[in-house]
Design a binder for this molecule. Sequence first.
Ligand SMILES: [Zn+2]
Ligand SMILES: [Zn+2]
Length: 269
Amino acid sequence: MITLYVLGSGSRGNCCAVESEGMALLIDAGFSAREVERRADAAGLELGRVAGIVLTHEHGDHACGAPLLSRRLHVPVLTAPGTWRHLASGMDEAEHRQLGLCAGVELGPFTIEACPTSHDAAEPLAIVVRGSEGASVGVAYDLGRPTTAVRYLLRNLTAIVLEANHDEVQLRTSEYPPVVQRRIAGSAGHLSNRAAAELLAELHHPGLRAVVLAHLSEQCNTAAEARATVAPALRRAGFRGTLHVADQDRPLAPILVVQRAGIQLGLAL
Ligand SMILES: [Zn+2]
Ligand SMILES: [Zn+2]
């Protein structure tokens, strides 16, 4: 079982955590250390249990709290090599562990797997964390487009945190200049609600228990719009789990990610 904490998500900061067997991992630390501490406290996550900080990429909304948090918590920072080259000079003496693209990295009860994403950062990753009893959580945001590698990484998971950044009509009619609109909608930008719905319908399998829509644009999306686009697609695919929408300003209630009895995930598929 894994407990998933979504402490906040959006262009002003992203941070979630997984906890299993009394240990936890932060996945991105895109708020100040103090804000992560405040939100963890509000959500009931004990930061003293954190064994490492996984960063998807170096952008401030994913990494700004990592230097101070890694120092305060005395934990390693896990990133792709290219991400670390961007961050290392500001990380003091933080221990770095490289996320491998071939083999999973083990830390406490967790195995962390990763794959490259299409986004305008040095070496951005989507992340999967496997915990005890077969439960698994994928985190994928800042996805320009869902590549084959991302689709492969996110298959057969118990829970998925996936970007649903913008409503395509709201983006086209927004006050963003055309060049910015093209960057957001482009293959190195962000996933729309419709693209997220299509990807989730494709990734759906009977063991998928929870979906969290994340990294919503404040200018070009609303929680209601994202849910209204994704929920019918998931329903049509046969989804029986829970659908959540991450909030920029406050943590969600902790989500219990439990593999359903009788479903063998990741075996012979
Ligand atoms: Zn980014
Ligand atoms: Zn971002």
